[in-house]
Design a protein. Structure first.
Length: 286
């Protein structure tokens, strides 16, 4: 199928893009196009205006700033996958990026596009939750920062206003002694995750000083599994505590039922994947 007719604009600056958003009520931003273009082709989305951000070169970068890594919203996922800075400072992000689609998907897809689209099965929002990052949004009233915990609201729904553009992603540098892991279940490599869990832990002997766990593909949107985090931080990372964290994770989620899996199956996967991911992360933590 072909998309419905639409007007196309390719601004060269953020200011021009914001002006176009203000001038058109029914406009959609185009980043990598890995979600929007298929949706338009199947007439699941029919914006009257498409604003292409690909000519705004100032939105593509990976830089370290104090204790965080700043990534421009239009940075390709493939660039992040092979960034030495990301590999050193954000190894969890690098591991998760490898699970995103296939090579063509990562070559065109952007970090900002994935986050703004907020697909429940996307890996990048899950990592943003675990690392407690935030995003920078520009709008007619200036710039604001939105924490990961406040960003994702429902299926493909975020706290971004219709007249705002996500311009930057900020991720705190991971502690050097942190252990991390991503466990994902999909029908085939590159398919959307039916269920996925990302974990980061910091340990002091058998004691867990910090645990962060988040989901993808299980509920309508990614979120932290705080009850499981609390188990590890209170009970340590022994075998019994890890099993309890998995059980608490399964009990805490409100899983979806769709053509890929039932809610009960996703609940079972939540517990299994949480236990696996925590075991891997705990073993890797120094």
């Amino acid at each position: 199928m072909k998309p419905a007719p639409f007007d196309y604009h390719a601004p060269g600056t953020i200011e021009d893009a914001l002006a176009l958003l203000k001038a058109h009520d029914d406009a959609r931003l185009l980043a990598g196009g890995q979600s929007l273009i298929p949706m338009m082709n199947f007439r699941l989305a029919a914006p009257a205006v498409v604003i292409d951000l690909n000519r705004i070169s100032s939105l593509a970068y990976v830089e370290e700033d104090a204790a965080a890594v700043r990534i421009g919203a239009m940075t390709r996922q493939r660039a992040i996958e092979f960034s030495p800075l990301v590999a050193e400072k954000l190894p969890l992000l690098r591991e998760a990026i490898k699970l995103v689609g296939h090579l063509p998907t990562r070559s065109r897809g952007t970090i900002g596009g994935s986050i703004a689209n907020a697909d429940s099965a996307a890996e990048i929002p899950m990592v943003l939750q675990v690392l407690e990052g935030d995003v920078v949004a520009r709008g007619p009233n200036g710039q604001r920062t939105i924490a990961a915990a406040d960003l994702f609201q429902d299926a493909m729904t975020t706290a971004l206003a219709p007249d705002e553009i996500l311009t930057e992603v900020r991720l705190p540098v991971m502690p050097r002694n942190a252990g991390y892991a991503v466990e994902e279940f999909a029908r085939r490599h590159g398919d959307f995750a039916i269920a996925a869990i990302a974990v980061m832990v910091v340990r002091d002997g058998d004691r867990c000083t910090k645990a962060r766990i988040a989901t993808a593909g299980i509920e309508t949107h990614s979120r932290r599994l705080r009850p499981s985090e609390a188990v590890l931080e209170e009970q340590g990372m022994g075998e019994d505590a890890i099993v309890a964290a998995g059980e608490r994770a399964a009990a805490a989620v409100q899983p979806m039922t769709d053509h890929n899996a039932s809610a009960d199956y996703r609940r079972q996967l939540t517990g299994v994947l949480t236990e696996r991911a925590v075991k891997r992360a705990a073993a890797a933590a120094r």
